[in-house]
Write a protein that binds this ligand. Structure first.
Ligand code: GDP
Ligand code: MG
Length: 164
């Protein structure tokens, strides 16, 4: 069967935007309101003649006691268990947050291969200094991307395929 890749991260970092970019259509809901992806959503992705299944998840907000957030956290945990590779998404515009650190801790426990996607790096050229802050998460596989423009997405997928 095809390898499974899950996109995980706190709300509003751009997971659904990335998912929709690869799906080639708006399957997953993109909202400025955090946490609108309530279910796991699947799409088949083909890249350089190879296929995988991509799962979008609702955002994980580790500190939240809110019921919907808890449900979404469960959904994300199931997706993490199912996945062969995890794309851990963070948001350059917000910088590194406490929630990002919590998600990182949770992901490390899964022992799955993790690629750290620093999203919202919308300009080509030299990497903005803000990107380097995310090396504090202790993950060596860092890829800057812009899900809106599709920048860096090909390079990210090449990294993903290294684990299949
Ligand atoms: P999710 O909660 O992680 O699924 O995030 P969404 O995909 O719903 O996106 C949250 C917000 O970030 C929306 O307003 C998106 O338009 C915006 N966004 C997503 N990707 C990018 C990006 O690459 N650059 C910029 N500037 N904004 C983005
Ligand atoms: Mg979403």
């Amino acid at each position: 069967s095809k390898p499974i890749v899950a996109i995980v991260g706190r709300p509003n970092v751009g997971k659904s935007t990335f998912f929709n970019y690869l799906a080639g259509k708006r399957i997953s809901i993109v909202e400025d309101t955090p946490g609108v992806t309530r279910d796991r959503i699947y799409t088949e992705v083909e890249w350089r003649n190879r296929k995988f299944t991509l799962i979008d998840t609702g955002g994980i907000e580790p500190y939240s006691e809110d019921k919907i957030m808890k449900q979404m956290k469960n959904q994300a945990e199931i997706a993490i268990e199912t996945a062969d590779v995890i794309i851990f998404m963070v948001d350059m515009k917000d910088g590194l947050t406490a929630s990002d650190r919590e998600v990182a801790t949770m992901l490390r426990k899964s022992k799955k291969p993790i690629i750290l996607a620093v999203n919202k790096v919308d300009k080509v050229g030299e990497l903005p200094a803000e990107v380097y802050e995310f090396y504090n998460l202790g993950m060596d596989n860092l890829m800057p991307i812009s899900s809106i423009h599709g920048l860096g997405v090909g390079d990210l997928l090449d990294e993903v395929f290294k684990y299949f």
